[in-house]
Ligand binder design. Structure first.
Ligand code: FAD
Length: 473
């Protein structure tokens, strides 16, 4: 089909997409694309388009315009706020990018690579490693989520402290716009001050402004050694002191710093197979911390030695009460099992609500204490769990009780009002999707919300891109 021509019928679109490029929305094969990973969001679509190349994405956008349909971009479908799932009223095409999964190029000397949006995150990490480079984005869903989804949600994960969010790892983008036009912004420059940096409009936009089809990503020197520790600490202020000490004593080599509560360890050990509590005596809080180096010759400064010395300082000061430094890859993996299996273990405890909030790191302890008090005051029978990426001030907060769904509005308001009092954000890394559109309208200032609406209406005047998600026109 010549560039710029819209397919005139569904049959024309199916032909343009080629074999395997279209699944009818009513067929059983469409089901995995219509319900998300958590099973919480499910909807309908006219069909699922699975293009293999940019021209296929253009064909979908042009057909959708001609047919008056919305388009819901989708990657690994692991997002936790229903952003990649259509609504129940249909009227959309699900656009799965998963067949656009090529590594287009790797340039080790420039520390960059260009990959397509449907590439699975773990495969992007492997492509970098094959060239002795490191792509640091890492999260629990990395075996299923895609680069396009990661960039569209500005994903965080476990390495934000050292490398930043997904947004910080992007030099350029290729995007198909709502009218089917392609913006080729795949530049691999680290300095480029030539007007507005348009890539930022699409990063974190959750598919509401255009379809990311490829990205130029930053790479880093590959770590040569990593040490992991499981650390018991009496309180959140102590946990923050441990982080501060280890950052200073290791020359800021901390890669990961995850806060884990006792209640969470008990839940994961009880609900998941093959997970062990690493330490014999219980402690209210734990930190899973990793320190790494990219040095090839470590001359007495191996990460495990640096970490041990730093933890010695933390013990002396009373901020840590016990710790294990992993002695093998297996022991390191066992520590990680507790953190990585937390989402699934929490799924098994019954009806629950989860939140993903972020605070200035300096307010984390006061916020946590205030949240415990206020949530217990409004819902004394509810079990609360908190854990998160401590080094970024990011707390995943979860409440469970048989009647929890009836309490949603009360608990949302209690927690989010408190987050606002502490100058935090009600969505740290999962985004807005369909879950938090009301909160966006409530907690953003009118001027900020109005600018978001203006951007949406300018780039997508027909409201075709992921309709009803994020910002309401
Ligand atoms: C076990 C587990 C652990 C997780 N841990 C983390 C974590 O630590 N940190 C974190 O940030 N997230 C985490 N997540 C959430 C999720 O994995 C991320 O949001 C991830 O970035 C989503 O990628 P995806 O490919 O699955 O996107 P999807 O779920 O398919 O889509 C997410 C959003 O992006 C849009 N989108 C997808 N692809 C494109 C594209 N090519 N162009 C335009 N828009 C697009 C969709 O429309 C949707 O709005 C976790 C999820 C699970 C299940």
């Amino acid at each position: 089909m010549p560039d710029g021509i819209a397919p005139q019928s569904t049959a024309g679109l199916i032909e343009a997409l080629g074999p395997g490029g279209w699944i009818d929305g009513a067929s059983d094969d469409a089901a995995p694309f219509l319900t998300d990973w958590s099973g919480q969001y499910t909807g309908k679509a006219v069909g699922v388009a699975r293009p293999k190349d940019v021209a296929g994405v253009q064909a979908v956008m042009r057909y959708a315009k001609a047919a008056g349909l919305g388009v819901v971009p989708q990657g690994g479908h692991t997002g936790l706020v229903g952003g990649g799932t259509p609504f129940a009223n249909g009227g959309v095409i699900v656009l799965s990018l998963k067949r656009m999964n090529r590594v287009r190029s790797v340039d080790p000397a420039n520390y960059t690579m260009i990959v397509e949006a449907g590439l699975i995150l773990v495969e992007a990490q492997q492509a970098a490693a094959e060239h002795n480079r490191f792509f640091p984005l890492s999260l629990g869903a990395e075996g299923s989520c895609t680069i396009g989804g990661n960039l569209s949600t500005n994903a965080g994960g476990v390495n934000v402290l050292r490398y930043g969010n997904a947004r910080d790892m992007v030099l350029g983008l290729e995007v198909v716009l709502p009218d089917g036009e392609v913006w080729n912004g795949l530049r691999t420059l680290r300095k480029d001050n030539t007007g507005y940096h348009l890539k930022h409009m699409f990063l974190g936009a959750e598919g509401t402004l255009g379809v990311i089809t490829a990205a130029a990503l930053k790479l880093f020197p590959r770590p040569t050694a990593t040490a992991a520790a499981w650390i018991a600490t009496p309180s959140i202020p102590d946990a923050l002191q441990v982080l501060d000490i280890v950052r200073a004593e290791t020359g800021d080599a901390v890669e990961t710093s995850e806060l884990i509560t006792r209640a969470l360890v008990d839940t994961v050990v009880a609900k998941m197979e093959g997970v062990r509590d690493p330490l014999p005596d219980p402690s209210p809080f734990y930190i899973l911390m990793e320190v790494s180096t990219t040095r090839r010759s470590q001359g007495g400064e191996a990460p495990a030695d640096l970490l041990e010395a730093a933890l010695g300082v933390a013990f002396e000061a009373g901020h840590a009460t016990n710790a294990l430094i992993a002695q093998s890859d297996q022991q390191r993996a066992d520590f990680w099992k507790i953190r990585e299996q937390a989402p699934e273990a929490l799924q098994r405890i019954g009806p629950r609500i989860s939140w993903d909030v972020t605070l200035p790191i300096s307010s984390l302890a006061d916020f946590y204490a205030a949240a415990e008090t206020r949530m217990a005051a409004v819902a004394p029978h509810v079990a609360f769990y908190g854990f998160g990426h401590m080094g970024d001030g990011n707390l995943h907060y979860l409440a469970a009780a048989p009647d929890i769904k009836q309490l949603r509005e009360l608990l949302d308001r209690t927690l989010y009002d408190l987050v606002a009092e502490f100058d935090g954000s009600f969505s740290a890394e999962h985004g807005i999707g369909q879950k938090r559109t009301d909160e966006l309208a409530r907690y953003k200032s009118p001027v900020e919300y109005k600018m978001m609406q203006a951007l949406k209406n300018t780039l997508d005047p027909d409201g075709r891109m992921n309709p009803g998600k994020v910002v309401q026109a």
